[in-house]
Ligand binder design. Structure first.
Ligand code: BGC
Length: 630
């Protein structure tokens, strides 16, 4: 701390120039007010605030230079290191002795029993960082990818695929804003979101983390999302966002997580880079490197794409962070030379990285300029976040976690994400006064199953979780007649007016969701038992409404033909009850397909699945399809 006040002293020339700037500003202000009085020109005001913004950025740059000039190489490498709070370090003291720059929370012991406990844990770690010679605050990162999904009781939004279906940019922005509040409320200042991949193949197990197969839609949503998360970064209820995974994550051949992308540079540039450009224009603070290779070259080590394209050509001035254990997996110092700034130094990578980079610099295989550039980028974001002034979380935000306002917004997102694919003889909306409604399927009454991966746990959960409502609960609160729950379709309720059959995928996240030969449980089609649920009621001539819970379009041609109405509900998150509000006509359907919908498993024989830009494979429903009640 002491030394840090010295840094402020070294910024004396800045203080002088600040006074000068203030003076110039005051003259400028007078001039502007006369001008404004004379011409009432709004344009002048805009340019004035632009100048002030430039000044603020210039001040930050000076502070960065002052601080950097005081740092030892070990302190710089420390800043470039990110560790988990419960692993990777032997004790909290390592935060100070290894000069750690960032802490990540992932699956593992939670930081505390409640939100205040989480905050307190991070305050303790922050204090360790602040106790060092230079007192540089920590960044606290978490995968808050659809709400602060690691915290039971938080508001969980539909996964991005559902947000893509809403086509509602303001909603995406509001969802990110709420997520930022709840993320800050649990002690973090950085989210590892949004994923702005363009999925080419539905076999990829991360399709749902992305907004759409459309570059144009994804670019718009990337912007809205970053704006929502970051707002004015200095505010204490906003977080730094991360555009990920750069680049080609969703475009690997055959949809393999971390596989190879054989797209040409031209295709990458036209189809995959625009969302990054949009995120960077919105001032995204971080970009995460991707696990995949491009024409055999690891993305983490791809200097042309990271350094030359992302940073130099597109002008990204934030942090490029590795993905999990990226340093030792993808080329060690080669990735630093390619432009990676911060290393997710997990699972044994901390020492390997810190010692490896130290050696690299001493042997001159990594230049000190490269290290300085990396550290400047990290410090820049810490200054932009206002962490030097206010490094601690705000306890007053805790009461907002899972609040009614937040949940109402998430419920709106659920309603707007639903895509109506079939509605024979206006089966929907359902009559609230139906005498008997039978609801079938374990997904109907399980908030874990309806939420997908990255919910409470990394791979999701099959259990109900705090604060969430289920689809069945929603149906019960809408219907005035008898609602029977026949979980596995064995109850023979053939006297029902209508059967609502909720089927779909069980939760999965990266790798575990890929549909590959080695991952036998995952299929592009429904499971046998789910097929039987539908058969049981449809074959008896009961009016059948199928609600599909899935992280991607599935091959459901037969089931769509069999049913009277068919709704793609994606992964709605904690507000499952919102679905019934649309089924019973309180709200109209608004969702439009964010992906082309396949007709058969043969659609997936090539490298990619069905995509609107590929006219050689005819979809069952086109990108953008979606019925409503009008
Ligand atoms: C995932 C990232 C995630 C990171 C940290 C990786 O395995 O690919 O998306 O942000 O883990 O949890």
């Amino acid at each position: 701390m002491l030394i840090f006040s010295r840094i402020l002293d070294t910024t004396y020339p800045q203080k002088a120039s600040l006074t000068m700037l203030n003076f110039i500003d005051s003259i400028k202000a007078k001039f502007i007010s006369y001008f404004f009085l004379l011409f009432g020109s709004l344009a002048i005001l805009t340019s004035c605030s632009y100048n002030l913004k430039l000044d603020a950025d210039a001040i930050i740059e000076k502070k960065i230079d002052s601080l950097l000039s005081l740092m030892t190489l070990e302190e710089k490498i420390g800043q470039m290191s990110q560790v988990r709070h419960f692993a990777d370090i032997k004790s909290d003291t390592d935060i100070a002795t290894k000069f750690i720059g960032s802490v990540i929370h992932t699956q593992g012991p939670t930081p505390g029993v409640d939100a205040l406990g989480w905050q307190n844990r991070f305050v303790a770690l922050q204090n360790k960082a602040l106790s060092t010679r230079l007192g540089i605050p920590l960044l606290f990162a978490v995968d808050a990818v659809h709400g602060q999904n690691t915290f039971p009781g938080a508001t969980i939004f539909p996964h991005n695929i559902g947000m893509g279906a809403t086509r509602n940019l303001d909603l995406v922005k509001q969802a990110a804003k709420i997520t930022a509040i709840e993320t800050q409320a649990t002690g973090f200042n950085w989210t590892l979101s949004p994923c702005i991949a363009i999925p080419y193949n539905e076999k990829w197990g991360r399709v749902y983390e992305a907004f759409s197969e459309s570059t144009e839609l994804t670019s718009k949503m990337a912007k809205a999302s970053v704006e929502g998360y970051q707002g004015n970064l200095k505010d204490r209820h906003t977080v730094m966002a991360t555009a990920k995974h750069f680049v080609g994550d969703g475009a690997t051949d055959f949809g393999v997580e971390g596989g190879n992308t054989s797209l040409t540079i031209k295709e990458i540039s036209e189809r995959l880079l625009p969302p990054y450009k949009a995120a960077i224009k919105a001032k995204v603070g971080a970009v995460m490197a991707s696990f995949n290779t491009i024409s055999g070259k690891a993305m983490h080590a791809n200097k042309i794409l990271i350094n030359d394209t992302l940073k130099k050509r597109i002008g990204f001035d934030g942090i490029v962070v590795t993905d999990w254990k990226g340093y030792s997996r993808f080329g060690k110092n080669e990735i630093i030379n390619a432009g990676v700034d911060m290393v997710m130094a997990v699972d044994g990578d901390l020492d390997v990285f810190q010692k490896g980079l130290l050696l690299g610099v001493s042997e001159d295989s990594v230049s000190i300029e490269r290290v300085n550039d990396a550290v400047k980028r990290i410090l820049r974001q810490k200054f932009r976040l206002g962490l030097f002034k206010n490094p601690y979380p705000d306890a007053s935000l805790i009461s907002k976690i899972g609040s009614k306002n937040h949940r109402d917004k998430a419920r709106q997102a659920v309603r707007e994400s639903l895509v109506l694919l079939k509605n024979k003889n206006t089966t929907l909306p359902l009559d609230k006064e139906s005498k008997k409604i039978v609801v079938v399927g374990e997904h109907a009454n399980n908030s874990g199953l309806q939420s997908g991966g990255w919910t409470i746990f990394w791979q999701g959960t099959g259990e109900n979780y705090t604060g969430a409502t289920t689809i069945l609960e929603g149906i019960k609160s809408q219907a005035t007649g008898n609602v029977i729950y026949d979980k596995d379709a064995t109850g023979n309720h053939f006297d029902a007016d209508v059967a609502i059959i909720v089927v779909g995928e069980t939760p999965y996240a990266e790798m575990f969701g890929d549909i590959t030969a080695g991952n036998g449980d995952r299929k592009l089609t429904l499971s046998k038992s789910h097929q039987e649920y539908i058969d049981t009621y449809a074959k008896k001539g009961i009016k059948t409404v199928v609600v599909l819970i899935s992280g991607r379009p599935l091959v459901t041609t037969n089931q769509i033909n069999q049913s009277d109405a068919f709704v793609a509900a994606w992964l709605p998150g904690s507000e499952g009850a919102g679905i019934a509000e649309v089924l019973f006509g309180e709200y109209n359907f608004k969702g439009k397909l964010p992906h082309s919908w396949p007709k058969s498993v043969e659609d997936f024989e090539g490298k990619y699945g069905v995509n609107f830009w590929d006219t050689s494979i005819k979809p069952m429903f086109k990108f953008g399809y979606g019925l409503n009640y009008n």
